[in-house]
Design a protein around this ligand. Structure first.
Ligand SMILES: [Zn+2]
Length: 415
């Protein structure tokens, strides 16, 4: 089976779920192809989000087999982005301050550790570190950097063998990973089991409130099975047995939720966490009218963006993209941008260069220092790094070039 339908809420188990948005069928954004014809005929899967009427959790209506999603052509590397590096550097200090863990006496496990970028910051502070990640290439890169990484899913069997070899941990961490996991119940139970009593579990996930408030629809893609906010999650964590110590938000990945939990004999909810939950219930995530109009609003914004990009004529401009994140597939679909609208896409991630985007077949290239014979129109698909990209390329492209940002608001940067 290449996918399965998800009929129950992944967090509370209720069957009372109803559709929130439906984008039709699209290809897997990470499934970059080495040949152009394969890109055009890449498999498509339904992309729609359901909402649980009992706990208000949001989740995809299907789950594509992880073997298809992650084992082939997976090219995402955390270490590419400077913003991530800065984020992790301050994250480590935040952890030390809020957990009072002694780096020299503490062991950390990172679930979905990717290329070991986060763990390398912990290691530098003196922590003993271990990563686990199902993606082959990033795990190899981490191991080469001496960040010990187990290349596997964080299953019950793998958890048992980790505990047997390394013992229990003082801290388990995870960044932008938990929304990718189908069996979230077992993953959280495995995290609980892997912790010492008094140990901490801190995770960051995309915050769906920010997505809905700022119209960041392109974080909706097949790899993200869940679209989290704190209220449904806190009930779920309580069921597993965790105390919730702190809930906060930050701006990484367009807006993330950070939850710090603890394994204790008597689980509790801190006053800070309780206040956060109360305030969240007053937001648009609980405003039925706002939610109902959301898909129409984002669709009309993207049509406007597509028209803006197309308004620059091919005669006068070289029209290219910058960045090929997974979300690009939905963004190009809603903006109605086709293969012949964009000449190629510039990418900093070497693993993606030379490949073709599924559906549109647009080629991915590296940034050449060729002398462009006319100005460029650059559509920044990796829009969450817009400022970083503008400062990197503004001196390397011809005068009169234009750099466009599709989200959260349409921006035009003129050279
Ligand atoms: Zn639910």
């Amino acid at each position: 089976m290449s996918f399965k339908n998800i009929a129950c809420c992944r967090l509370c188990g209720s069957k009372k779920i109803k559709n929130f948005v439906d984008f039709g069928k699209i290809s897997l954004g990470n499934n970059l192809q080495t040949k152009y014809p394969n890109a055009l005929k890449a498999n498509k899967y339904s992309l729609s989000v359901n909402n649980c009427l009992i706990c208000n959790h949001f989740q995809l209506s299907i789950s594509v087999s992880p073997k298809i999603l992650y084992k082939t052509n997976y090219t995402y590397l955390t270490g590419i982005s400077n913003s991530f590096k800065d984020h992790f550097a301050s994250y480590v200090l935040w952890i030390e301050k809020n957990t009072k863990l002694n780096p020299l006496k503490s062991a950390i496990l990172d679930i979905g550790s990717n290329d070991g970028t986060c763990l390398s910051f912990f290691k530098r502070r003196g922590f003993r570190v271990l990563g686990v990640d199902p993606a082959k290439l990033p795990s190899q890169i981490a191991n080469k950097k001496n960040i010990k990484t187990i290349n596997n899913f964080f299953s019950s069997n793998v958890t048992n063998s980790i505990i047997k070899t390394y013992g229990q941990f003082d801290l388990i961490t995870s960044h932008n990973v938990l929304a990718h996991i189908d069996d979230i119940h077992n993953t959280f139970k495995n995290a609980f089991k892997s912790l010492k009593l008094g140990g901490f579990f801190c995770f960051e996930i995309g915050y769906f409130l920010k997505v809905v408030q700022k119209n960041l629809f392109d974080t909706i893609y097949h790899e993200h099975l869940d679209y989290h906010h704190a209220n449904p999650l806190s009930k779920f964590l309580k069921k597993i047995g965790f105390s919730i110590i702190n809930i906060s938000t930050n701006s990484i990945q367009g807006g993330s939720l950070r939850i710090l939990c603890k394994k204790e004999i008597k689980p509790y909810l801190s006053t800070q966490a309780s206040n956060f939950l109360k305030n969240e219930k007053k937001t648009v995530l609980y405003d039925k009218k706002y939610l109902k109009l959301w898909q129409n609003k984002i669709q009309s914004n993207m049509i406007k963006f597509g028209q803006l990009f197309k308004s620059y004529s091919k005669k006068d401009y070289i029209k290219i993209g910058y960045g090929s994140p997974t979300k690009i597939v939905l963004l190009t679909k809603l903006a109605n941008l086709k293969g012949n609208d964009i000449e190629y896409i510039i990418e900093d991630n070497k693993l993606k260069i030379g490949r073709f985007l599924p559906m549109t077949g647009i080629k991915i290239s590296n940034f050449t220092n060729e002398k462009f014979n006319k100005p460029l129109v650059v559509c920044v698909f990796a829009w969450n790094f817009f400022e970083e990209i503008v400062s990197n390329i503004k001196n390397k492209i011809p005068p009169d070039s234009v750099i466009l940002c599709p989200l959260p608001k349409i921006k035009i940067y003129k050279i």
